[in-house]
Design a protein around this ligand. Structure first.
Ligand code: CMP
Length: 154
């Protein structure tokens, strides 16, 4: 059976905004054929970040991670495509840019674990939770594109 159309969440982090890499990052996803169905700037609160990174709450880097994610607004995106959760993670690369494969966003644009350019949902279940965390229903769109059949098949 072929992959299903999925939606996933991406946050383009403050290091990418400071380094003027937003366009390059968005282009990587567009080039892959992923459809942008949600996109906005958002200045994240401590509360939402504590929820989002709750699984890291006890880690020594947690306070620095929250402070870093609040340095500037982030670009929040919802991307749609065939097997989008895994495909986006493939395009993004490993969490540690030094371990990421060449050609991925993190390997090509970064060297620092903290400044690793993007966050992407890790499972379909978490993608649903994270999309709802950062977007209201009216901010996520369903629309057809002339190129849909090239990217997604008939
Ligand atoms: P992300 O995919 O957003 O999920 C959790 C983030 O925590 C991760 O990317 C990194 O930016 C950050 N992170 C993970 N491990 C470390 C670490 N050892 N030191 C600093 N930041 C980390």
């Amino acid at each position: 059976m072929g992959a299903a159309i999925e939606r996933t969440l991406v946050l383009i982090k403050p290091d990418a905004l400071q380094r003027e890499l937003v366009g390059d990052v968005v282009t990587r996803f567009e080039r892959k054929g992923l459809k942008i169905v949600g996109m906005k700037l958002s200045h994240l609160t401590e509360e939402v970040l504590t929820e989002h990174y709750g699984h890291h709450k006890e880690k020594p880097f947690f306070p620095g991670l929250v402070a870093f994610m609040r340095e500037t607004p982030v670009v929040a995106m919802v991307l749609e495509g065939l097997g989008a959760v895994d495909e986006v993670r493939k395009v993004v690369g490993a969490t540690n840019p030094l371990m990421a494969d060449a050609g991925t966003i993190r390997a090509d644009f970064s060297m620092s674990m903290a400044g690793n350019i993007v966050h992407a949902s890790d499972t379909l279940e978490n993608a649903g939770i994270e999309i709802n965390r950062f977007f209201s229903a009216s901010e996520v769109f369903t629309y057809g594109k002339l190129t849909d059949r090239y990217h997604f098949g008939a």
